[in-house]
Design a protein around this ligand. Structure first.
Ligand SMILES: Cc1cc2nc3c(=O)[nH]c(=O)nc-3n(C[C@H](O)[C@H](O)[C@H](O)COP(=O)(O)OP(=O)(O)OC[C@H]3O[C@@H](n4cnc5c(N)ncnc54)[C@H](O)[C@@H]3O)c2cc1C
Length: 444
């Protein structure tokens, strides 16, 4: 039985490790922390904030095929509320609720009909949106090669102010985690193609029914054990040596690991620090991928202000608000509503204090949602993920690395590798499954 070491237990590493274990490889998964899931995690209730807290929204979409494959492999009962057909609601600055409700029709008619009946955009904007979106209906995308960024594309296709404020900007921020001014239009196009031009189910939103740490990754160690492998926690790799045939990893405990093949599924900063010097110049450039933050404010309120699973705050810094009462069935003692506000590509907000962020989230909510005007804050907590994703733009695109390395039995995975997708859970799973395939080819 060939032995494969996987370093890093985020979605990329877990996807690779479980796919290989399923195919009969002996897998050893080394993870520096005491849990799996990497950037996707929750914290437990405390006296200061008496409810579990997710570090981010971690929304899935129906087109996340590789992620759903992973959950199926782990036999996790469907852990999502599926909003199908897709429905988006926003509270506007005028205190109105507007909606885009896709129709129960095949894609892309579901979107066209949804836009047609939506009260969120003007008639002229709806026409421009449909025209702009059709550019991504099939590959190669029908966009002028001089258009590099999402902002260029929005200008060239004359997208109106409401279409930008309610659709394009929040979509780009949440999916790419970089602003429209620098996000590559081809990257967003890849996502639009997958969401709106496959099946209707592809555009459904999947919202977790439980806090993220309860999503099924605790099944991974027994899954890998049952196939003859092992997950090693608190085994952060601290040194790495390799030549054309062999490799050796030394972990924090001083233990040494080697095998027939290796997958690195760690963030770029960890990889560039560990890679043997002078063996691959591309690795030295990885820090230039940069880091883009995502911020969340979690608030327990005195009264119920909404029933929807989530909604948008049009034109606000906190684009989306998730309702944990609806998502998780959360019921607090004496507090009526648990809301989590999220802000992507949040460099400017990241400089604010916790108090300022809570005040901003509440004022953006109360300005737009009349039902919240009398609501009092009982508890609040801020989560800051300063390295939530890499920064994907024209300059950094060339630093994303392929799965293959100069060593024939060593491969890379991770949301930052060159998948053609933004840094998302699906991008991580695509990369993990791709690395597993490469290992299988290597042994064939
Ligand atoms: C706040 C937030 C919100 C997000 N929202 C969404 C969303 O709504 N939808 C979506 O699709 N995506 C979302 N993302 C992005 C998504 O979470 C990531 O793209 C994905 O989880 C990355 O997975 P990964 O396996 O590539 O990396 P990671 O999750 O970073 O996994 C890397 C693992 O390697 C381990 N490691 C690092 N160094 C070593 C070492 N030396 N030895 C051993 N182990 C090591 C780490 O501990 C970690 O477990 C969000 C991210 C954040 C932070």
């Amino acid at each position: 039985m060939s032995k494969v070491i996987v370093v890093g237990g985020g979605f990329a590493g877990v996807a690779a490790a479980t796919a290989l274990a399923e195919k009969g490889f002996q897998v050893e998964l080394l993870e520096s922390r005491g849990t799996l899931g990497g950037r996707v995690y929750s914290t437990i209730a405390t006296d200061n904030f008496p409810a579990p807290v997710d570090n981010g929204p971690h929304l899935l979409m129906g087109c996340y095929r590789e992620t759903l494959r992973l959950f199926q492999r782990l036999e996790v009962p469907d852990p999502f509320h599926w909003i199908d057909p897709l429905r988006l609601s926003w509270f506007t600055k005028e205190g109105k609720k507007v909606t885009l409700r896709c129709a129960p029709l095949p894609a892309p008619l579901h979107l066209v009909a949804g836009l047609f009946f939506s009260n969120a955009f003007t008639f002229g904007e709806k026409i421009s949106m449909v025209k702009a979106l059709t550019a991504f209906s099939r590959k190669p995308f029908k966009i002028n090669s001089s258009l590099e960024t999402v902002a260029h594309f929005l200008d060239a296709t004359r997208q109106g102010p409401l279409a930008r404020e309610r659709f394009w900007i929040p979509l780009c921020d949440s999916v790419m985690n970089v602003p429209v001014e620098t996000a590559p239009i081809r990257g967003l196009g890849e996502v639009l193609n997958r969401i709106f031009f496959g099946t209707r189910r592809d555009s459904a939103f999947g919202i977790a029914t439980k806090p993220l740490s309860e999503m099924g990754f605790d099944q991974v160690p027994s899954f890998i054990d049952s196939k003859g492998g092992k997950v090693h926690f608190h085994e952060g790799v601290q040194a790495f040596q390799a030549d054309s045939k062999t490799f050796e990893l030394t972990t924090r405990s001083g233990k040494k690991y080697s095998g027939d093949a290796l997958i690195w599924a760690v963030p770029p900063s960890s990889l560039s620090a560990l890679w043997p010097k002078d063996t691959w110049t591309a690795i030295e450039k990885l820090p230039q991928l940069g880091k883009s933050p995502i911020l969340s404010v979690h608030i327990l309120l005195s009264q119920t202000v909404m029933e929807d699973h989530f909604f948008g705050l049009a034109g606000a810094k906190f684009e989306w608000v998730f309702n944990r009462n609806a998502n998780w069935g959360w019921k607090g003692e004496g507090q009526s509503q648990y809301l989590s506000f999220t802000a992507s590509a949040a460099d400017a907000l990241a400089k604010k204090t916790e108090k300022e962020l809570v005040a901003l989230a509440m004022s953006e909510l109360q300005e737009r949602c009349p039902a919240a005007s009398q609501a009092r804050v009982f508890h609040a907590k801020v989560t800051r993920e300063m390295a939530a994703t890499f920064i994907w733009n024209r300059e950094t695109d060339r630093f994303r690395l392929p799965c293959e390395t100069p060593f024939p039995n060593i491969f890379l995975a991770g949301d930052w590798t060159d998948t053609g997708l933004p840094a998302t859970i699906e991008g991580a799973c695509v990369s993990g499954h791709r690395a597993a395939e490469k290992i299988r080819d290597y042994f064939c």
